[in-house]
Design a protein around this ligand. Sequence first.
Ligand SMILES: Cc1cc2nc3c(=O)[nH]c(=O)nc-3n(C[C@H](O)[C@H](O)[C@H](O)COP(=O)(O)OP(=O)(O)OC[C@H]3O[C@@H](n4cnc5c(N)ncnc54)[C@H](O)[C@@H]3O)c2cc1C
Length: 240
Amino acid sequence: MISPLSGAGRAAPAGGWRTATVAGVRRPVQRSVQLRLDVHDRVDHLPGQHYVVRLTAEDGYTAQRSYSVASAPADPLVELFVERLDDGEVSIHLADVVEPGDELELRGPIGGWFVWDGESPALLVAGGSGVVPFVSMLRHARATGREDLLRIAVSARTLAGLPYADELVAAGALIALTREAYGIRPAGRLHAEELLPLWEPDQTVYVCGSAPFAEAATQLLLASGRPASSIRVERFGPSA
Ligand SMILES: Cc1cc2nc3c(=O)[nH]c(=O)nc-3n(C[C@H](O)[C@H](O)[C@H](O)COP(=O)(O)OP(=O)(O)OC[C@H]3O[C@@H](n4cnc5c(N)ncnc54)[C@H](O)[C@@H]3O)c2cc1C
């Protein structure tokens, strides 16, 4: 169980642990949860940054994991999207136990490399829940009228299992489903030729997803001629 925090996070200096009140819990996609958090003494994030969430058991045991922000910086709440892993520790707690009104302890926003400045062209390539930081970028682009800067390619098993599918489809993202056809596209992995129409000069390429997806997508991009220096990768593996 999460211990009561007695508002201790309120006094946290920038970069320290803060308290967030859970304002909303939704489950728009099976086996995942979307949390809307009112972060006390919040520091605005940049699209692409993440928070570390720390859970504390009654016996003092703690576990902490990283979660990317899905909301735009201008959103008054911080939105996280957590995929529930069957053998997971923190993701199961967040998906099954957390309710509106609960308090969570978190630290952030974190990350200076995997961020989008909102002004430069970017190609976003995601697998599964790797779309989360890109949803923040997309929402920020919509808010500032700069959607023209973003090109998006996402891969998932099925459309129903793709987080934020409606927003991604509305943004014109290339959707590659591995287990079912999507429009005229047959089921199958993302391939290099599909990415070619998404290329723009001076794009930074952001890749996000599981370690195997990140590796495969990076190899695809390198083999297609993208310079390594233009590629930034975030792996949703076990966090330190
Ligand atoms: C910068 C960063 C941002 C992240 N953002 C998100 C996010 O927005 N949404 C999200 O759902 N997750 C995100 N993650 C992954 C998240 O931090 C946890 O690793 C994940 O929730 C699993 O934690 P757990 O405690 O449930 O599982 P654990 O108890 O840590 O692990 C259970 C088992 O699953 C394996 N495993 C751990 N993480 C993953 C994974 N991501 N995919 C597949 N197998 C895994 C472990 O090796 C272990 O075998 C992010 C990770 C990083 C580093």
